[in-house]
Ligand binder design. Structure first.
Ligand SMILES: *Cc1c(COP(=O)(O)O)cnc(C)c1O
Length: 565
């Protein structure tokens, strides 16, 4: 890291703290962790985002055991008003966006655009994260992208690189092109010059999960921003694909783990004129997620069990308080907290009732779940409902904590013994909750997808389902195979180690922290961004890219199952 270019990072959501609920999940928490790590390292980074009046849902469980959504509004008086307002033409109307500053979480400065103030006629635009229809989404993205660049100009902040975290921000690229054309460049010149300024991080491992918009809607909303159809199509195709636009507007793109890099390359192989794709694995902000007591004991070479047991007791107390269940701190606790998207298979462990039933009845294992479904996702809500039914069946050994947020995440990744993760492959681009757990000595039990291909070693610093898949079961579905392997690991390895080999368990906790505390930290990620995304000349980039191509050619083709998200 010789040079320190100034970075403007754009993201739709930020998870800095639960008291500022402008995030929905992993993407936002990653962005929040990034800003904190950049501040720790004293790097010239600033963030741009939106001040959502409501986050995407506060979700509770109703009498019928089904989740329902509430949308409380927040007033964010504790944020600093910069006094700056920028204007974006949306659907023919001049929309004022106020700019507020967040810098109270030891984070690099975060500027949030807000159309939702008392005298505003356009409060709808920033009212709800991922709410509304295509038109609302596009308006939000215009505020973030076009408004974001204009805010930088008004704040008089010099920027060397614009980093788009996910495709929502690509209209900032269109604004950068427009600025240069206004100053006299041709479209082609402006596009080339703009590309050199942009880097892009993509997160979605399935094509259907990438956002597209009809050109008619773009035109109607004035999202062309003075460009024409031909130019916009050249950037994002027809229909306009936000990820494709990111690939074409950036000088370099990264996937969020080594495996995801492969998936991304395969998924977009037909897109012409795109940036080279590399892999930079996500990381988490240790100070936010790793408990001090664990950190201190680890650094002093002291026994890890004592601080772990305290954290476990705190989780048990919290569960008692909010849920009423009586967990036993001397029995094994397995944690699982995720969005309830079907591919994450939250309920997989229950599908072999004969295997799980006695373990839960005897209290040999206790399962603590949390997670939200998207408000419009009935399948996701069915999954929550199933988990709640399990809780009712196994009082005191299965728990579902409602309204998953950063506070619950923190308690769970610190206080569980094991962190379970069993998505269908290759649908977990990275995954970060397991990194948080690993740093606390909470052992990952996981499918090998996303970061896990680079993380825990089976039987040493966690357990990997892929390591015990039997060839004789190859004819079974992925779900069936994983289910068998999962129960085999629980029965043969997790339970005996936990109950009969305490020394071995503590060794694994130690190994888990060794493996994760630097390699999967957000500080490592930010340094890698500087080394491999921001600080790289076109020439070095091409060399780096060639080297990477050689490596990846020798890696087996990634397999793409055709299942739903
Ligand atoms: C860390 C975190 C996530 C992301 O976890 P994954 O393992 O990527 O699913 C989502 N939501 C919250 C609140 C988190 O803290």
């Amino acid at each position: 890291m010789q040079n320190k270019p100034n970075i403007a990072y754009f993201c739709m959501e930020y998870g800095l703290d639960e008291e500022l609920p402008i995030y929905s999940g992993g993407l936002g928490v990653l962005a929040g962790d990034y800003l904190k790590a950049a501040a720790d390292l004293d790097l010239p980074v600033i963030g741009l985002g939106i001040l959502w009046e409501q986050d995407y849902t506060q979700q509770y469980i109703g009498e019928d055991g089904r989740p329902y959504d509430t949308f409380p509004t927040f007033d964010f008086d504790f944020l600093t008003d910069t006094g700056i307002t920028v204007t974006v033409n949306i659907e023919g109307e001049e929309v004022d966006c106020k700019v507020r500053l967040v810098d109270k979480y030891d984070n690099a400065p975060l500027y949030l655009l807000d159309t939702n103030f008392p005298e505003s006629e356009h409060g709808w635009i920033t009212s709800k994260l991922y709410g509304g229809d295509d038109k609302d989404r596009l308006a939000q993205e215009m505020v973030l992208g076009i408004g974001g660049v204009r805010a930088l100009r008004k704040l008089d902040i010099d920027v060397d690189k614009y980093h788009f975290n996910e495709g929502h921000a690509v209209l900032a690229g269109v604004e950068l092109i427009r600025e240069k054309m206004e100053a006299g460049m041709s479209f082609d010149e402006a596009k080339e010059a703009t590309r050199e300024e942009i880097v892009f991080t993509t997160h979605t491992p399935v094509r259907a999960g990438n956002e597209i918009h009809e050109h008619r809607l773009l035109q109607h909303m004035k999202a062309y921003n003075s460009l024409n159809y031909k130019q916009m199509k050249e950037i994002g195709d027809n229909p306009f694909n936000m990820t494709v636009a990111g690939l074409r507007l950036s000088s370099i793109t990264n996937g969020v783990s080594d495996l995801h890099q492969e998936t991304t390359k395969e998924m977009w192989k037909d897109v012409d004129d795109k940036a080279p794709i590399i892999g930079i694995t996500n990381g988490v902000h240790a100070k936010t997620w790793q408990d001090e007591r664990i950190k201190n004991a680890y650094e002093a070479g002291e026994d890890l069990w004592q601080p772990h047991y305290e954290l476990k007791q705190e989780l048990v107390d919290y569960v008692k308080e909010v849920d009423g269940a009586n967990l036993n701190p001397d029995s094994l606790i397995i944690g699982f907290a995720r969005r309830t998207a079907p591919y994450k298979r939250s309920e997989l462990i229950f599908r072999d009732a004969d295997a799980i039933d006695p373990l839960l009845r005897e209290g040999k294992i206790q399962l603590v779940f949390s997670g939200k479904a998207h408000p419009n996702d009935d399948t996701g809500k069915d999954i929550v409902q199933n988990l709640v039914q399990m809780e009712q069946k196994y009082t005191d050994s299965v728990v579902f904590l409602e309204n998953y947020d950063m506070d619950i995440a923190r308690k769970m990744v610190r206080g569980s013994d094991v962190w379970l993760n069993n998505p269908r492959r290759p649908l977990e681009a990275s995954g970060t909750s397991g990194m948080k757990a690993a740093m606390n000595g909470v052992l990952n039990l996981s499918v090998v997808d996303g970061w896990l291909a680079e993380g825990p070693e089976h039987g040493v610093s966690g357990w990997l389902i892929d390591e015990v898949l039997h060839e004789e079961y190859n004819h079974l579905s992925e779900d069936e195979q994983d289910l068998r392997a999962l129960h085999q690991i629980i029965y043969d390895e997790v339970i005996p180690t936990y109950y009969e080999n305490h020394e071995e368990w503590k060794k694994m906790m130690q190994a888990s922290i060794d493996m994760s505390h630097e390699q999967f930290s957000a500080q490592r990620m930010v340094k890698e961004y500087y080394d491999r995304l921001y600080n790289i000349t076109s020439k070095e980039r091409d060399k780096d890219f060639e080297a990477i191509e050689v490596i990846t050619e020798s890696i087996e083709e990634v397999h793409f199952p055709q299942h739903e998200m």
